[in-house]
Structure formats: C-alpha cells, structure tokens
Write a protein that binds this ligand. Structure first.
Ligand code: ADP
Length: 485
C-alpha cells in the first residue's frame, strides 16, 4: 500500500452530509487522488448512511480501540468511491442513530464527546492496522480534532508515526466540541496536554483547540475567514490560540464539485440549461413555482431563494424580518432548511400569512436544493459570518445572482455590483434594513436592466471554483510540513 493522505471526517458526501463539510469531503480526496497524491477517507458508519448502489463490505472485525474501556472494539466497512478507499468505523451504540450530532428537539447527544473520541481512537487503530504509515493525516472539525494531538504525542515514541504530518481544517470555529474536564482523563492524551497551551479551555475540555494547538498546520476554508478568526469578534474565544499559530495558519478556499452541481447535467432538474442556452432556467423556475404551490404570476417576477441551516449564523432571522416588505415588492420567496424551532416556526407562519408568495420547506432535501438553485433568480445569503459557504458558489453556477453579507468566503467568491466583473450584491452590516436595501437594489436591477442582468448571469455562470486549485494549495502545505518533520 502506498503512503496515503488520510482524511478523517465526520461526514462524507454522498454517504453522509449535514452541510458543507460533507460536500468538501466528497470532493477533495478524489481531487487529491487525481492530482497524484494517494488518498483515503475515514468516517463513521452511521445507521442512516446512504450507500445507494455503492457496495460496502466489512473488512475488519473487532478492531481493538480500547476507549472508553479496555475491551471495546470497532468493525470497519470499506468501499472505493471514485478511486479513493473509504473506511467506515462501525459501532452501533455510537453511530446507529437517527441524526448525526443532535436531536433537533432534544439538543446535542449527551455522549458526543465519547462518540467522537472513540471515532478518533478507532481511526488511529485502523491506520496502524492497515500497516503503512500515512504521509499526512488531514483531520476536519472538532469531531476529528484529537487526531493531530494523539499523533503529536506518539511521534517521538512510536516509529509508525515518526514520519506522519498533520493538518487540521476548521470549517466553523463556533463549533468546538467543548466538554467537561472529566472526559479528558480517559481520552488517552498525556497529562501535559491538560494545559492552557493544550486542550484546556476555561476549565473545560475543548477538542477543537486540540486540533489547533497540535497540528503541524491549521487551515480554514477561505482566506478572509482565516483573517477573521484571529479577531475577538469571530474567534469564539479561540482567537488568542489561533494567533499563536498564525505562522502555520492558512486560508484555502473550498472548491465546488461541478460533477454534482452543474445545470447542464443535473439529474434533479426538470430540464437542463447552460450559459449558452438559458431557456431551461425559466422552465425550472416555472416548475419550482408549481412544485411549491406558489402563484403562477410569479413567473415574471424575481424569485428569491434561501437554502441553509435556519440559525442565527445564516441570518434567517434577518430574512424573516423583511418578508412582509418583500411581499409588498411583488417578489416570491422560497426557503429550504432546518434549524432552530423558533426560526422554523416564524417562516412557516409567514408562509401561511402570505400563501402563494412565500414557500418554506422545513427539512433536509438534497434534490429540492438543486431545483431551488436552478429555479430561483436571486439567492439570499445574509450570513452573520461565513467560513466559506458553498451554496453561493452553486448559485453562481446556476445563474442565480447572490445577495450576501461581506463576510468570510462570501467576500472571496462574489464580485459586488456595481462593477464590470460583478456577479452579485454585497451588503456590509448584518441588519435587516441593510438586507432589505440590498434586495431592493437587486430587484430594481433585475427588472429595469434585462440586458445587464443577462450579462451578470453569464459572468456568474462562468466563474470557476475548482478543487484542482485548492488541491495544489493543500499539497504545498503538505510538502512544507514534510520538510519540517
Ligand atoms: P454550512 O456548511 O455552513 O451548512 P455551506 O453553504 O458551506 O453551509 O453548505 C451547505 C450545504 O448543505 C450545501 O450543499 C447545501 O445545498 C446543503 N443544505 C443545507 N441545508 C439544506 C437542506 N435543508 N436541504 C438540502 N440541502 C441543504
């Protein structure tokens, strides 16, 4: 077996996904493999995993993990997806659940620390079992954040790990995996890791911090967000720790997977279209209007779309606050998402109040997300912060002009109107009034300037955010680490 880059992640599309992390892990390892870097992925075997028609086989039984008690084991399921080996860690009591991390009505699972510490330790056990030292272990988010810490402490003692570098990628610094100090004792890290310069965080055990402190390099998913998280406003308490790692902190903009998100051959759309022939887009819009039971007259008015977690981060409350004004502007609004019950209830109430003008689908539906990207004219992303954001990249490719806050990856991917290269609309302050102003501007542009609109749509559709570029940047980071080992 060649030396591989092992991506360790709690989600991998199309097998599991709750947001952008799943999409990224569904695309980056494949792109890496194609660029000539042998890769592999390790992820949990969730009960709700969708294997579709991909054959998954159990290849390891009773792998000794030893956490949280000595005789505990995991089984490993294996498949190859687009040329990349994928290993799924199976232990029913931890991963065979309806949701990944939390029950929407009851909150986070009580044993999340135990579940994902187990996952990290099983990943270590599996790599050792496979027998060839990884060249790089690339861990993602708090669920995999202890891997760089384990490897840091094993490297001087265990020859298997001596030549393995570690990269830790933060997809959202607000999600830290912060748990009681009690859980540190059995996690297998030496006592010296319990330190303000280790995993200790205001008396708690902070898994994300472990990744930041002990990885050879830390990355996040856009250059702007890499700068933002060094500040108190966006660092969620970890800005100081991140500033200490500034020399080894990189912002690598995510790519979009155009084999999954492309209106020219998207199997979920009622008809396809391209930058050369946009007629199908209008048909997708009419189909969406009818699918969601909206007023057919909206076919000649701008249709505004929102897709995402209905939480404060995504600014769903700002959108809810201006919906009555939007309805008065004679536009349609379609929203898809799930999140905080109060935001879900509010938009559902607005839908009832403005039946035919507002459609809200509460839930998680992959195929509808595609049809909404294609059928909307304008894509709303009023995020208070946005590490990268993939949905605006997809919107651009589908010719759906984004309106977004000047935050993180949104700033790095949208060229603001007015301007020769503009592909969307940007506003600076996360306030309902600012969002409304920006929508007004976009709607006026959309209705009063059809020629300008068409040009902007074409420019947007031609924008490319490829994984090849991101891959090259990661490979430079890997190379630098290996030179330092
Ligand atoms: P985040 O990772 O912060 O949730 P991103 O914009 O990076 O946001 O990625 C979100 C991904 O999840 C996109 O692929 C988007 O289409 C998908 N998504 C989010 N909410 C839903 C939903 N309710 N139904 C279907 N897909 C969704």
């Amino acid at each position: 077996m060649p030396q591989r880059v092992f991506f360790v992640t709690s989600e991998v599309y199309p097998f599991s996904k709750s947001g952008g992390l799943g999409d990224v892990m569904g695309a980056l390892p494949e792109a890496m493999e194609k660029s000539g870097r042998p890769s592999a992925v390790i992820s949990p075997y969730y009960g709700r995993i969708s294997t579709g028609n991909v054959r998954v086989r159990r290849t390891v039984s009773d792998l000794h993990v030893g956490y949280p008690w000595a005789p505990i084991t995991a089984d490993v399921y294996e498949t190859e997806y687009h040329g990349v080996p994928l290993y799924f860690i199976d232990r029913g009591e931890y991963f065979d659940r309806r949701y990944y991390y939390n029950d929407p009505y009851k909150g986070d699972y009580f044993d999340n620390a135990e579940r994902f510490i187990f996952f990290c330790r099983a990943a270590i056990a599996l790599m050792e079992h496979l027998g060839t030292s990884p060249s790089i272990v690339h861990a993602h988010d708090w669920q995999a954040a202890l891997l760089p810490a384990y490897i840091h402490f094993m490297r001087p003692r265990e020859p298997f790990w001596t030549n393995t570098g570690t990269v830790f990628t933060i997809h959202n610094v607000a999600f830290q995996g912060r748990f009681s100090s009690r859980l540190f004792e059995s996690c297998g890290l030496p006592s010296e890791a319990w330190d303000i310069n280790g995993v200790e965080f205001f008396g708690d055990f902070n898994l994300l911090k472990g990744g930041i402190v002990y990885a050879d390099a830390v990355t996040t998913v856009s250059p702007s967000y890499a700068r933002e998280i060094l500040t108190e406003k966006y660092g969620y308490g970890l800005d100081g720790t991140l500033r200490q790692r500034e020399l080894h902190l990189y912002g690598v903009l995510n790519g979009a997977d155009y084999t999954v998100w492309n209106p020219e051959d998207d199997p979920y759309l009622p008809c396809r279209y391209s930058v050369k022939d946009l007629s199908g887009k209008q048909k997708c819009k009419e189909h969406l209007i009818s699918e969601l039971g909206l007023d057919p007259a909206l076919k000649d008015r701008p249709l505004l779309g929102f897709i995402g977690r209905m939480r404060g981060q995504k600014g769903i409350d700002l959108l809810n606050a201006i919906i009555p004004d939007l309805v008065r502007m004679d536009v349609g609004i379609v929203a898809l998402g799930e999140g905080k019950p109060e935001h879900e209830a509010k938009i559902t109430e607005l839908m009832e109040q403005y039946r035919g003008r507002v459609a809200a689908v509460i839930g998680y539906t992959e195929d509808l997300a595609h049809r909404m990207q294609a059928g909307s004219d304008i894509f709303l992303m009023p995020s208070r912060y946005e590490p990268c954001g993939l949905t605006q990249m997809y919107a651009l490719r589908y010719g759906t002009l984004p309106i977004a806050t000047a935050a993180g990856g949104l700033r790095d991917t949208i060229d603001p109107w007015p301007g020769e290269n503009s592909t969307g609309f940007i506003f600076t302050k996360s306030e309902a009034g600012e969002l409304l102003k920006s929508v007004r501007e976009a709607v006026n542009f959309w209705t009063d300037n059809p020629a300008g609109r068409l040009k902007m749509i074409r420019r947007a559709m031609r924008r490319e955010f490829t994984w090849d570029r991101a891959c090259r940047e990661y490979m430079d980071i890997y190379r630098n680490i290996r030179l330092r080992l």
